[in-house]
Design a protein around this ligand. Structure first.
Ligand code: ARG
Length: 573
């Protein structure tokens, strides 16, 4: 189904195209600039070039000639055609949309575009045996929101948490554990003990390196090889460390409200990775170098650096398990797309990987959704990469801190622990969506919990407020046509509601959850103006029921939209 506002925009485009004798694709509709009160704007500059007329002449002509039942008025301003939509048309449109979604057995804002198609989203993917650090927070949040956006389109989505559980770090834990660890400490401190061992190993290895020695690293590598060849002791260490990590990672996911469908680590693919490498060598797609390493030339894809599939000591690499993972996913789920939500520093890895996959004939669409850094304020008020004095900041600490903050802003006295947790997570996640994903985001505690600005708690409070108003009224009715919508904020509200399905579609297309966050923030601002301007409870009966109907839709949109971002609505704040 197509939603009303999308349909209307298409109609307008078609009419405009007809009036100037150009293609529909030549016509673009924008949101009007902030100083213009219109509802839609059509820039006439490129049309002017094509038609060899001035933008003003075209806009003037369109302003008088464009006709549509839903249009209230048009105006030509500075080369733009500005269009006002009738409130009653918007209301009717929303009413029809609501009826249609019911018929289609979906909810308002959802679509069936992706039905019968599968997408795999590779997200979160922390490395085992280290405490979950803030480094994987954005992948978890953005990935989860993208999963919800695609599900909203009707796709079957597999959220795959591709754990980093192989490579030299594994060897470091075994060697480190044997040298400096103990069962008791492991029992007691779990993943933090593994984190300690890892740090200690790196320090000691550094000391060796300064003395031109390499024993620690060499024995760590030995263990990785043992793991790859299926050695019993190596496997049992692997299981021991993985189980501990796994429990820790699940705890973090629970706190963040995230639930992957798969949690297959890199080690799961080691065997397949070996097989693939040797097949590629046999088929002469991969070349074995003199030192024993194996590479695939990617120059035909315009990439100078060949991709390395095997080290000289025979060990597989990140790229090797990744290509095996592609093979597994394609065979198992036949996805239309595989989306990797992984930091910007891995752009080149994925460029190589996708080129290799194409070379091997996989037809799946591969997308690397990368994101910027998490930053904090430094002492002089500037920004720096988020870290603690000990190095990487632990997510657990960060979430504890957020809870403490959430408790301090609670307005009511009896706010439950559960609600405090929701507010804490809301603040953290909304910050993640404060800009497009490529931008670095700033963790500024005061701003994150500011109840008057762009923040999770601000929009959560807006949702709590609607719920509490409705709780006091308690009746549901949708009778849109019954009003003249004389209030500006009422029309803004209608517009925002009509826009919602389009925002969801755009956010899914662009893999940009922040578009949904901006939408919610705007909705909250409009709602606040609406309550100030318009009386609900004291209005006359048929208008009252209309306004209450609007509030019910808004209540739904808050919880649906926040749900897309993985944020819950508290019952009290
Ligand atoms: N564990 C990796 C890291 O922390 C991220 C894995 C991303 N997924 C993938 N299929 N490579 O860097």
């Amino acid at each position: 189904m197509q939603y009303y506002l999308a349909k209307l925009q298409e109609e307008v485009k078609r009419s405009v195209a007809g009036l100037v004798s150009l293609n529909v694709d030549d016509i673009h509709i924008e949101a009007p600039g902030s100083k213009i009160e219109a509802d839609l704007a059509i820039p006439c500059f490129t049309l002017a070039q094509k038609l060899n007329q001035s933008p003003k002449d075209i806009a003037d002509k369109l302003a008088s000639a464009l006709k549509n039942e839903a249009i209230e008025k048009t105006e030509s301003t500075n080369g733009y055609l500005n269009v006002w939509i009738k409130s009653t048309a918007l209301a009717k449109g929303i009413e029809n949309d609501s009826a249609q979604v019911k018929q289609n057995n979906i909810q308002y804002g959802e679509s069936k575009l992706g039905t019968d198609k599968v997408v795999v989203v590779d997200f979160a993917s922390p490395n085992v045996a280290k405490p979950f650090s803030v480094g994987h927070l954005r992948s978890t949040n953005i990935g989860w929101a993208i999963i919800q956006l695609l599900k909203n389109w009707g796709y079957k989505v597999i959220g795959d948490n591709h754990l980093g559980d192989t490579g030299t770090p594994f060897g470091m834990w075994v060697v480190g554990f044997q040298k400096w660890g103990s069962e008791e400490a492991l029992e007691k401190n779990g993943v933090y003990e593994l984190g300690r061992i890892y740090v200690k190993f790196r320090e000691e290895a550094k000391k060796e390196e300064l003395n031109d020695k390499n024993e620690l690293i060499a024995s760590a590598k030995e263990w990785v090889k043992k793991l790859e060849s299926g050695d019993e002791t190596a496997l049992s260490y692997h299981k021991k460390f993985s189980d501990i990590s796994y429990r820790h990672i699940q705890e973090i996911f629970d706190r963040l409200g995230v639930k992957p469908d798969e949690n297959l680590g890199e080690s799961f693919y080691l065997e397949k990775a070996k097989e693939i490498t040797s097949q590629l060598v046999q088929k002469n797609i991969a070349q074995k170098q003199e030192d024993g390493s194996v590479i695939v030339d990617l120059s035909d894809a315009g990439i100078e650096t060949p991709i390395l599939l095997q080290k000289s000591d025979g060990a597989s690499l990140y790229a090797t398990t990744d290509i095996a993972t592609i093979d597994y996913r394609v065979e198992k789920w036949k996805p239309e797309k595989i989306i990797y939500v992984v930091g910007q520093e891995q752009q080149f890895h994925f460029k190589q990987l996708f080129a290799l996959a194409k070379k091997l004939g996989y037809e799946t669409e591969f997308i690397h959704v990368w994101y910027g850094l998490v930053q904090q304020k430094n002492e002089s008020g500037g920004r720096e990469k988020m870290s603690s004095r000990k190095g990487t900041i632990l997510l657990e600490e960060l979430l504890d801190m957020a809870e403490e903050k959430a408790r301090s802003i609670a307005l009511k006295t009896h706010v439950s622990d559960e609600d405090i947790k929701k507010v804490a997570i809301g603040a953290v996640k909304f910050t993640d969506f404060s800009q497009n994903k490529h931008a670095n985001i700033l963790f500024d505690w005061d701003r994150m919990f500011n109840l008057h600005g762009y923040s999770g708690p601000y929009v959560q409070y807006a949702a709590v407020r609607v719920n509490s108003i409705l709780g006091k009224i308690g009746e549901e009715k949708l009778d849109f046509a019954a009003s003249d919508y004389s209030w500006k904020s009422e029309k803004d509200l209608l517009k925002q509601i009509a826009k919602y399905p389009l925002v969801l579609e755009s956010a899914a297309k662009n893999y940009e959850p922040h578009e949904v966050a901006y939408f919610i923030y705007d909705l909250a601002k409009i709602c606040n103006r609406y309550y100030e301007e318009v009386s609900i409870i004291d209005s006359e009966p048929n208008i009252k029921s209309l306004r209450i109907g609007l509030l019910y839709l808004i209540k739904y949109i808050y919880s649906h939209a926040l749900g897309i971002l993985g944020i819950a609505v508290p019952s009290k704040m």
